[in-house]
Design a binder for this molecule. Structure first.
Ligand code: SF4
Ligand code: SF4
Length: 164
């Protein structure tokens, strides 16, 4: 179908909001050696519906993934990279709740130690605003719902097996 004008405006705003906001007030990549960028030519970041990117795109299982090989221009990062390691969860009342994304725990030390980390309020606020922007579009909102359901399923699955 292609990107609508509304989606174009949403992505422009979302990219701008997260252009220079980072999870910590200092560069967390220095602490971990930029572990979340250690993908290879086969590893991809999920793109939101019709999200524009200059990176190579592969389609798999009905999803578009941006593949970077571990290098990109910071101003051209996909939204998934900009919000990591958080995710804007959509609440039943339509509001947005920004929480740590448990899918990152195998990669990101901030996820594993999130209880002890002082995250940047500015970053959390910006991720919330990005979530609110995405919710303005039906396709993007459905995408957020789908991802958060997958996260919930994964957590239930892990809780089930860790309880055994
Ligand atoms: S893995 Fe986590 S701590 Fe490391 S650069 Fe990525 S977001 Fe920062
Ligand atoms: S697109 Fe950029 S920010 Fe995202 S994983 Fe690749 S190198 Fe890192």
């Amino acid at each position: 179908m292609g990107m609508t004008r509304k989606q174009q405006r949403i992505y422009q705003k979302a990219f701008r909001l997260l252009r220079d906001a980072t999870p910590l007030r200092t560069d967390c990549g220095v602490l971990c050696g930029r572990r979340c960028c250690k993908g290879d030519d086969e590893t991809g970041m999920l793109l939101f519906p019709e999200e524009p990117t200059v990176l190579r795109v592969v389609e798999t299982g009905g999803r578009r993934l941006a593949v970077c090989g571990g290098v990109c221009n910071r101003n051209e990062r996909p939204l998934s990279c900009r919000i990591f390691p958080f995710f804007p969860f959509v609440k039943a009342d339509g509001g947005v709740d920004v929480r740590i994304d448990p899918r990152g725990k195998g990669v990101c030390p901030l996820v594993r130690q999130s209880q002890d980390v002082l995250f940047s309020h500015r970053f959390l606020h910006r991720v919330r605003r990005v979530g609110q922007q995405l919710c303005r579009d039906g396709e993007c909102r459905a995408c957020l719902w789908r991802i958060q359901q997958e996260i919930a399923q994964q957590q239930a699955f892990e809780a089930h097996f860790s309880a055994k």
